[in-house]
Design a binder for this molecule. Sequence first.
Ligand code: PCA
Length: 214
Amino acid sequence: MRILVTGFEPFGGESVNPSLEAVRALAAWRPQGVTLGVAPLPVSAVGLGAALRAAVAAHAAEAVLLVGQAGSRIEVSVERVGINVIDARIPDNDGAQPVDVPVMPGGPAAYLATLPIKAIAAALRAGGVPAAVSNTAGTFLCNAGLYLACHLAATQFPGLRAGFLHVPLLPEQAARHPGAPSMALPTIVAGLRIAVETIRDTHQDIVAGEGRTD
Ligand code: PCA
């Protein structure tokens, strides 16, 4: 199975992005039964879609797992949904700050992730990585990335499965933001490995209640 894992470039004044650091650390791994591809994605409202499409095509991906930084998250968030809205709180790396514009004009209001989110969350926890299903990926470019990946699957890459993991800040980042939660890089990398193995091994998601009201 060809699985593509992407990480985002640093943004918002940070010099690193834990998602990109973790994806880079994953690159040399050769999991059994998986051809693993990794790619960086730009924090660019204008450039994200083309970069994602190019990476999916270059790797002939059957599944794409996008990974991004979420500074307030206390655990790995397995995102359930991408919505067709960008409402940027901060500028992207091009200096653009779209507010209340669609990710894809005319597209559906939302797409649900097609990777096994419950199985991934359960496997992460079983592997010692704090994790939960999340019902909002925000309204910046991570949400847009999940939406675009699902839209690619719906329109150009039939059979492509797509999902998203938000990861906390690295400890060295959190140290500059007192009170912010963090997760060490080896834990994040271990989580990505577990997620890839779960994607490889799970074709029907498990049924497990994880609903929450936040
Ligand atoms: N996090 C941002 C965009 C890039 C990233 O790593 C987000 O959550 O939208």
